[in-house]
Design a protein. Structure first.
Length: 411
């Protein structure tokens, strides 16, 4: 009798443990279910990646699943990460402003635009080139990814205003006015020679007005502070920072100061928080990784654009190998959402979004590629962000600014 009683007590304990563990598992599943429901409900938009450079490499297949560092973006992982739309940036590095170099940049930009159309045609069941704000929802409804086109660096324009329309006609919907050096449009935030135009040049002011008339978004990432304030003062349409973070947190000159964020909000624009490590968190300059990558960055800034394609690929492989060998400790999604928090507290939730800079240096410890984007949704949800706020950050704010630019151009 005693043995039966003990067995009953043991069975009762087993049942309690089972019920407790099952309840705990269900409780743990609920937040994850909520994360994916909200993430899938949002029209998710990443406003900047440099994948078109990889498209020129015959060995890269965007229709198949790849792994970093070869690429952080492909159509398979976009679907895995619930990413509905992305801007492919046709990037050209700044070189000496000669007619020959300008023409070479013009041709290179068009090669990347051509490649974007080609892969979307090749994998027409997976992706489609988008050209309007309304295309995001239309294409998402078909189960495909929407691929928008941006031009990173206005260098290919030279001083020819008609090239703004030429790029618009190719489907380009934003132009990042400059890159790491000054050009004929404006001063850069990182040109070692310092300012050349004291902000926008006279030609740059014409470019801003022409872009407004076309309904092209003006991208203020990379431009100097003075250039930025010139743009927001002149532009009648909302402007965007397609891949910039908060300078109050990470002190890189590429990031936006609080005064700049306030001005951007008054303009109706959006700051798209970037996932590149140095724009998320100040780097530790004492590490071997920092010193080695600094040496390579010097080569990139001074010699990369003059290399042939074989030399460029060798340099990329050296960059990847050095980065792997010395293993930098990357910031996390928590660090990234600190930037979103800052903007929300400073000007409100309506003026912030996401621009990864994947394939151009972007990547966090726990968000290495587009398939891991739900990690950002999870962190916002854990911090108490509402569904409405998360939807705004993931694309609602950007699409609102995009639509406004289109409407102003139509009148």
């Amino acid at each position: 009798m005693l043995q039966i009683k003990r067995m009953a007590q043991l069975w009762h304990s087993v049942v309690l443990v089972y019920l407790f563990s099952t309840a705990f598992a269900l409780k743990a599943e609920e937040p994850e279910k909520q994360v994916m429901e909200i993430h899938q409900k949002a029209w998710t938009v990443d406003t900047h990646c440099d994948t078109p450079m990889a498209l020129l490499n015959q060995e890269f297949d965007i229709g198949k699943r790849n792994e970093p560092p070869k690429s952080r973006v492909d159509f398979v992982r976009m679907k895995e990460g619930g990413l509905d739309a992305i801007f492919f940036a046709a990037f050209t590095g700044q070189r000496e402003r000669t007619p020959e170099n300008t023409e070479a940049a013009w041709k290179k930009a068009h090669q990347m635009i051509d490649a974007t159309y080609e892969v979307c045609q090749k994998y027409g069941e997976l992706a489609e080139v988008a050209t309007s704000s309304a295309d995001a929802a239309r294409i998402e409804a078909t189960g495909k990814r929407a691929v928008y086109i941006g031009l990173e660096n206005g260098f290919p324009l030279g001083t020819d205003l008609s090239r703004v329309k030429a790029f618009y006609d190719r489907g380009v919907r934003y132009i990042t006015l400059c890159h790491s050096q000054n050009n004929d449009i404006c001063d850069s935030s990182t040109d070692r020679k310092g300012p050349e135009h004291n902000g926008l040049s006279p030609f740059g002011k014409k470019v801003v007005k022409e872009m407004n008339q076309r309904g092209m978004l003006i991208d203020v990432s990379h431009i100097s502070d003075k250039s930025f304030f010139d743009v927001v003062k002149l532009s009648k349409a909302p402007v965007i920072a397609s891949h910039s973070s908060v300078r109050a947190i990470a002190r890189h000159p590429r990031n936006l100061s609080d005064d700049m964020i306030r001005a951007l909000a008054e303009n109706g624009g959006v700051i798209q928080i970037c996932l590149l490590d140095d724009y998320v968190k100040d780097p530790d300059s004492t590490t071997v990784h920092f010193q080695k990558m600094k040496e390579l960055l010097e080569i990139y800034d001074t010699r990369f654009e003059s290399m042939n394609e074989e030399e460029k690929q060798a340099f990329r492989e050296l960059w990847w190998e050095t980065d792997r060998k010395y293993q930098k400790k990357l910031p996390t999604v928590k660090d990234l959402v600190d930037h979103i928090d800052h903007v929300k507290k400073l000007v409100g939730i309506d003026f912030v979004g996401i621009g990864s800079d994947f394939d151009g240096g972007g990547g966090l410890a726990d968000c290495q590629d587009v398939s891991q984007f739900p990690n950002i949704t999870r962190e916002m949800l854990q911090r108490g962000y509402t569904e409405e706020e998360i939807v705004k950050v993931w694309g609602g704010n950007f699409l609102r600014a995009f639509q406004k630019a289109e409407e102003l151009a139509a009148h």
